[in-house]
Design a protein around this ligand. Structure first.
Ligand code: NAG
Ligand code: NAG
Ligand code: NAG
Ligand code: NAG
Ligand code: NAG
Ligand code: NAG
Ligand code: NAG
Ligand code: NAG
Ligand code: NAG
Ligand code: NAG
Length: 883
C-alpha cells in the first residue's frame, strides 16, 4: 500500500512519564483581554478552573470593552470582556515563550454587541509577520468563535497581531497559549491550523481543561447514520503522548447499518490545502471469543490503512506523518470493516489540520532587541511600533527601512529615522547594535552631549543627520575621516564646533553658502526618501522658495575675497610668455603657469579668432564666479582686457580622466575603487550644479576630457563654456541651439531641444560606462558603434567580465561593478523619464563604494590581519567639506 507509510499508529508505546495534574497549567498562558484594571488579576475562572491574567502588560494599544449585559450569562467570565482596536492597522500582543517548543495558540473572539452597533467584525490574525487566519464573525451564529494553531516559535518572543482589513474594528476576548509535548503534532514543515477537533458523541458538551490536560477544545459531532456506543469504565489514555481526555474516549460512533462503512463527510474549509489527520480510537465494547472488530481506512476510495483493530480500554492515536492533499474538492473519509470482522468499524475522535507555511522570517533578533531597547528607554509610543519591526512590509514601523527582499533571510534594519521624536539625553548608545544601519536621522530632538565616537565604527553608515539638537563639542576626527570616504553627516554649526556661533567675517558669503547647504541638505533628504521608494523620478516634487543669491553684490564680494581680475601683462608673466601648453580646451589653448611663483595654475587663453568664444568666455566667468564646490574646477581669476581674454584655474596635476583611462598618463592603471571615487566626485559636482546652486545649472558638456584629476586623484568638472542656468521650478527650457559633444549628447535633448538637468545625467552615464569599460564612446571597429549599444549587447549575452576594463585584471568586487553598470545604463536611458537624478546617482555610487571598501577590508583582514582603520585610511589631509 503506497500511502500506508504515511501513517503512524501510536498504541502501545508507553509514555515515559505521566505528568501529574498538580503541575497542570504550568505551560499555560491565559490572557483575559480587556479585563478591567479594577478587577483582580490573576483570577481563577469558575467555569474552567483556569487562571486568567489581565492582558494589559502584553499590549500597549487598544481599548477595553464589555459584551452586552444580556449576553453575559451565556459565556464564561473570560469572554465577557474584550479589547478592541480602533487605532492603527496592526496591533500586536507580545508574549514571552520558549523557542522550539510546540505551542497550541488559541484566540477567542466574542463580539457580544459590545459597541451596540450589531455589526459583526471581520479582520485578520497574524503570527509575527505571517498571516494566520481571517476572522469573519458573520459566518458564526452567535457572534463568537475561536481559532487554534499549533506552532513552534523560532524565538523567545511571540507576536500575535490583529490586522484591520476593512472598516470594522478588530477585537479579541481571550488569548491562550498551551505548551504541548514536542513529540506530538509534528509536521514536515509549517504550522498546524486547526479546522476540526471533534469527539463522536450525541452530547452537546465542549470538552476542554481540566478534562483535557492540554486544554484542547473538543466539540461533539454526530451524524444520523451513526449509532453511539459508550462505556462507564475508564480508558487508559496515558499510553501515548496525545492524552485524549477520558470523557472523549468513553463514547464512540459505529455505523447503524453494520454492513456499510462509517463515512465522514464533513466539508473541509480549504479542501485543496495540505491536511494532517489525527484519529483517536479505543475499543469500548468487551468482545466475545467469536467476535472481532477490524477495519480499513479509505481516503476517496483508496485504502490508506488496510487493517486496524483498537484495543479494549486502551487509547490509540493514528496520525499522518506527511500531508494529504484533497485534489478533487470534497474528500471522503471512510472506515470500512474487513471481511473477517464481525463488528462494524468504530471511531472515537478525530482532529484535522491544514498546514500553514510561515515563509516570512522575523526581523533579525539583535535588531529587534536594539529597536525595542530604544523604544523602551525613550518611551517612544507610536501606533505602528508593534509586532515585527520590518515585516510584512505594509506594517513596517514608521521611521524604519529594512532590507527585506529575501523572505527566507531575517530582515535587517537599514535606516532609522527618529527625527522629531522628542528624544532627550545623549545619543543612545544602543544605536551601535544596528549592525547594518545605513541611514540615521536624529534631527530635531533635544539631544545633548557629544557626538559619540561609536558612530564612526558603524561601517555601513552612509548618512547621519544630527541637526536641530543641543549637541556639544565637535565631530570626532574618526567620523570626519569617514566623511572623506563618502559618509554624509549633517550637523548644526560649522562642523568643527557644534555649539559655537560662526564668526561674522563674510556675512553675505556665509549666508549664501549656508543657505545653499540647507537647500542641498533638504534636497538630499527628500531625494533619499524618493530613492528608497526605488522610483527614478525625473524631477523633484518639492518646489523650493526662490532665494536670489545671484545678486551683483555677492558676485562682487566673491571677487573681492577670492577671485581676481588680472591684467594681460600678469597673464603673460605667470605663463612665462605662454611657455608650456597643457592642451587645447574649448575655444582656446591652456597653458601652465605660476601665481606669485608658487601656486600652480592653468591658464586658458581665448583664441582671438573665435567669435563664438567671447560668449562662452563670459558664460564661464559668470558661472564660475558664483559657484564653488570641491568637485568643480575653481576659478582663480580672469583677464578681460580689450582683446585679451583669459581664465585662470587651479592646476590639476593629474590631467584629465580620458588620458588616464587610455593610458596616456603613463603606465599606472586607475584601480576600481579610485574609479568609483572619481565617479562619486563627478556626481557630487553635478548634483551641486543641479540642486545646490541657484539658479540651477546644466553643464551641457560632461565628458571624460572635461573631468580633471588633482594630485590625490580627486575629480573636478571643468569647462563651463556651454553651461546654462535656469530657474528652479521651470523644469526645462527651450533652447534654440542644441550644444554638447556627440556621443555624450542626450538624444532626447537633441530631439526636443528641451534642456533639463537630465541631459547631464545622460552624459554622466556615458562617462561612467567609459570608466567601467575603458571603451571608446564611438568605435566603428566594435560592430556596436555607440558605447551604450555595445554594453547592452554584452549584457544581453550575460557576460559582465567582458564589459569591464581588462586592465583591472579582475581586481574588483563584481557586485559593485554590476551595480555601477546598471546605474550607468539607467543614466543613459534614451528616455529621461527613466533616468535617476544626480542625487540618486550619488547615493547609489556611494553604496557601491562602501560595498567595494568593505570587501577590501575583509580581504585585507584575512590576508594580512591588518586592522580596519589601517586598511580603510587613505592618508590624505582633511578635505574641506564642499558644502
Ligand atoms: C523534547 O523535549 C525533551 C524534554 O523537554 C528534550 O529532552 C528532547 O530533546 C526534545 N526533543 C526534541 C525533538 O526537541
Ligand atoms: C496504562 O497503560 C500503561 C502502558 O500499557 C501502563 O503502564 C499503565 O499502568 C496503565 N494505566 C492504568 C491506569 O491502567
Ligand atoms: C444495510 O446496508 C446494506 C448494504 O448497503 C443494505 O443492503 C441493507 O439493506 C442495509 N440494511 C438496513 C437495515 O438498512
Ligand atoms: C457467538 O457466540 C455466542 C455464544 O457464545 C452466540 O450466542 C452468538 O450467536 C455467536 N455469534 C456469532 C456471530 O457467531
Ligand atoms: C481471516 O481470518 C482467517 C482465520 O482467522 C485468516 O486466515 C485470514 O487471513 C483472515 N483474512 C484477512 C483478510 O484478514
Ligand atoms: C535567502 O536567504 C537564505 C537564508 O539565509 C539563503 O540560503 C538564500 O541563498 C537567500 N536567497 C537569495 C536569493 O539571496
Ligand atoms: C525623517 O522623518 C522626517 C519626518 O517624518 C522627514 O522629514 C525626514 O526627511 C526623514 N529623514 C530621512 C533621512 O528620510
Ligand atoms: C547591544 O548588544 C550587546 C551584545 O549583543 C548587548 O550586550 C547589549 O545589551 C546591547 N545593547 C542594547 C542597548 O541593546
Ligand atoms: C526641546 O525641549 C524644549 C523644552 O522642554 C521644548 O520646548 C522643545 O519643543 C523641545 N524641542 C524639540 C525639538 O523636541
Ligand atoms: C559642553 O562640554 C563642555 C566640556 O566637554 C562642558 O564644560 C560644557 O558645560 C558643555 N556645554 C553644554 C551646553 O552642555
Amino acid at each position: 500500500m503506497e500511502s500506508s507509510h504515511r501513517f503512524l499508529l501510536v498504541a502501545l508505546t508507553v509514555a515515559s512519564s505521566i505528568i501529574h495534574l498538580v503541575q497542570a497549567q504550568a505551560g499555560f498562558i491565559s490572557l483575559d483581554c480587556g479585563l478591567s484594571p479594577n478587577e483582580q488579576s490573576p483570577y481563577v475562572e469558575l467555569e474552567t478552573g483556569l487562571q486568567f491574567l489581565s492582558d494589559s502588560s502584553f499590549i500597549q494599544s487598544g481599548k477595553i470593552g464589555r459584551i452586552d449585559a444580556s449576553l453575559e450569562s451565556k459565556y464564561p467570565r473570560s469572554q465577557t470582556t474584550l479589547r478592541y482596536f480602533p487605532d492603527g492597522i496592526r496591533n500586536c500582543y507580545n508574549v514571552n515563550v520558549y523557542k522550539g517548543t510546540n505551542y497550541l495558540i488559541r484566540a477567542t473572539i466574542n463580539y457580544g454587541n459590545y459597541d451596540g452597533l450589531n455589526i459583526s467584525p471581520r479582520f485578520d490574525l497574524y503570527i509575527g509577520p505571517n498571516f494566520w487566519v481571517t476572522i469573519d464573525l458573520e459566518k458564526h451564529v452567535g457572534g463568537d468563535t475561536w481559532e487554534e494553531i499549533i506552532h513552534i516559535p523560532k524565538s523567545n518572543s511571540l507576536d500575535v497581531c490583529l490586522i484591520k482589513t476593512g472598516t470594522s474594528t478588530p477585537i479579541i476576548s481571550v488569548l491562550e497559549l498551551r505548551s504541548l509535548p514536542n513529540n506530538t503534532y509534528i509536521t514536515e514543515s509549517g504550522s498546524l491550523k486547526s479546522i476540526l477537533r471533534s469527539y463522536l458523541s450525541v452530547s452537546t458538551k465542549v470538552i476542554r481543561y481540566p478534562d483535557d490536560f492540554y486544554d484542547r477544545k473538543w466539540v461533539p459531532y454526530f451524524e444520523s447514520e451513526w449509532r453511539q456506543i459508550s462505556t462507564i469504565l475508564k480508558v487508559n489514555n496515558t499510553i501515548n503522548g496525545f492524552l485524549a481526555p477520558q470523557e472523549v474516549l468513553m463514547t464512540a460512533a459505529v455505523p447503524s447499518n453494520a454492513s456499510v462503512p462509517l463515512s465522514f463527510t464533513k466539508d473541509l474549509e480549504f479542501p485543496k490545502d495540505k491536511l494532517y489527520f489525527y484519529f483517536h480510537f479505543s475499543e469500548i465494547q468487551p468482545l466475545q471469543a467469536n467476535q472481532s472488530r477490524e477495519f480499513s481506512i479509505l481516503w476517496n476510495g483508496e485504502i490508506i490503512i488496510p487493517t486496524l483493530s483498537p484495543k479494549y480500554l486502551k487509547a490509540s492515536t493514528l496520525y499522518s506523518v506527511s500531508p494529504f492533499v484533497c485534489e478533487v474538492g470534497k474528500c471522503l473519509l471512510e472506515l470500512k470493516r474487513t471481511q473477517n470482522s464481525t463488528l462494524p468499524p468504530l471511531l472515537t475522535a478525530i482532529e484535522v489540520f491544514t498546514v500553514i507555511d510561515f515563509p516570512q522570517s522575523k526581523t533579525n533578533e539583535d535588531d529587534v532587541s536594539a529597536i525595542k531597547n530604544i523604544k523602551d528607554t525613550h518611551g517612544l509610543s507610536r501606533v505602528s511600533w508593534q509586532g515585527d519591526p520590518c515585516v510584512p512590509r505594509q506594517f513596517l514601523w514608521e521611521g524604519l527601512s529594512c532590507n527585506d527582499k529575501n523572505v527566507s533571510a531575517s530582515p535587517r534594519i537599514t535606516s532609522l529615522n527618529l527625527s522629531s521624536s522628542g528624544l532627550v539625553g545623549t545619543i543612545p548608545s544602543g544605536i551601535q547594535n544596528f549592525t547594518l544601519l545605513e541611514k540615521l536621522d536624529l534631527s530635531n530632538n533635544n539631544l545633548t552631549g557629544l557626538v559619540p565616537e561609536f558612530l564612526a565604527k558603524m561601517e555601513t553608515l552612509l548618512f547621519i543627520d544630527l541637526r536641530k539638537n543641543k549637541l556639544n563639542g565637535s565631530i570626532p576626527n574618526t567620523l570626519r575621516d569617514r566623511e572623506k570616504k563618502g559618509l554624509q553627516i549633517f550637523v548644526d554649526g560649522d562642523n568643527t564646533c557644534l555649539s559655537c556661533v560662526p564668526k561674522n567675517k563674510f556675512p553675505m558669503m556665509i549666508a549664501a553658502l549656508a543657505a545653499s547647504a540647507i537647500v542641498v541638505a533638504i534636497l538630499v533628504l527628500i531625494l533619499i526618501f524618493v530613492f528608497t521608494k526605488k522610483k527614478w523620478s525625473t524631477h523633484m516634487e518639492v518646489i523650493l522658495p526662490t532665494m536670489d543669491i545671484m545678486s551683483k553684490t555677492i558676485s562682487e564680494q566673491l571677487i573681492k575675497t577670492k577671485r581676481r581680475r588680472f591684467a594681460y601683462s600678469e597673464v603673460v608673466e605667470m605663463t612665462k610668455k605662454f611657455e608650456k601648453a597643457l592642451g587645447e580646451g574649448g575655444f582656446g589653448i591652456v597653458y601652465h603657469g605660476y601665481l606669485k611663483n608658487v601656486e600652480q595654475v592653468a591658464v586658458k587663453v581665448l583664441s582671438q579668432s573665435s567669435s563664438q568664444g567671447y560668449k562662452h568666455f563670459k558664460a564661464e566667468v559668470e558661472l564660475l564666479l558664483r559657484v564653488h564646490h570641491i568637485n568643480l574646477v575653481s576659478l582663480v581669476g580672469y583677464c578681460d582686457e580689450k582683446d585679451h581674454l583669459a581664465l585662470i584655474y587651479e592646476y590639476m596635476p593629474n590631467g584629465d580622466l580620458k588620458d588616464h583611462l587610455s593610458g596616456k598618463q603613463g603606465d599606472s592603471v586607475l584601480e576600481w575603487t579610485t574609479r568609483l571615487q572619481i565617479a562619486v566626485d563627478v556626481a557630487l559636482g553635478l548634483e551641486y550644479l543641479h540642486y545646490g546652486c541657484r539658479p540651477s545649472m546644466v553643464h551641457r558638456d560632461v565628458k571624460s576630457t572635461n573631468i580633471l584629476l588633482d594630485d590625490q586623484f580627486m575629480a573636478k568638472i571643468a569647462d563651463f563654456g556651454l553651461s546654462r542656468s535656469f530657474k528652479v521650478g521651470d523644469e526645462s527650457e527651450i533652447s534654440t541651439v542644441v550644444a554638447g559633444t556627440p556621443g555624450y549628447l542626450d538624444p532626447e535633448y537633441y530631439r526636443t531641444s528641451r534642456l533639463a538637468e537630465m541631459s547631464d545625467v545622460y552624459s554622466f552615464g556615458i562617462v561612467l560606462l567609459e570608466i567601467i569599460t575603458n571603451q571608446r564612446v564611438f568605435d566603428q571597429a566594435r560592430g556596436k558603434i555607440h558605447i551604450t549599444e555595445w554594453v547592452a549587447f554584452m549584457l544581453n549575452r550575460g557576460d559582465i567580465t567582458r564589459i569591464v576594463d581588462p586592465n583591472l585584471h579582475g581586481e574588483y568586487n563584481s557586485r559593485s561593478v554590476w551595480r555601477a553598470v546598471e546605474l550607468a545604463m539607467s543614466c543613459a536611458n534614451p528616455s529621461s523619464e527613466y533616468r535617476p537624478n544626480m542625487s540618486q546617482v550619488v547615493i547609489e555610487l556611494k553604496e557601491c563604494l562602501t560595498t567595494e571598501n568593505s570587501m577590501k577590508v575583509k580581504k585585507n583582514d584575512t590576508d594580512a590581519g591588518s586592522s580596519l582603520e589601517l586598511s580603510l585610511s587613505f592618508d590624505t589631509e582633511v578635505v574641506p567639506t564642499a558644502r
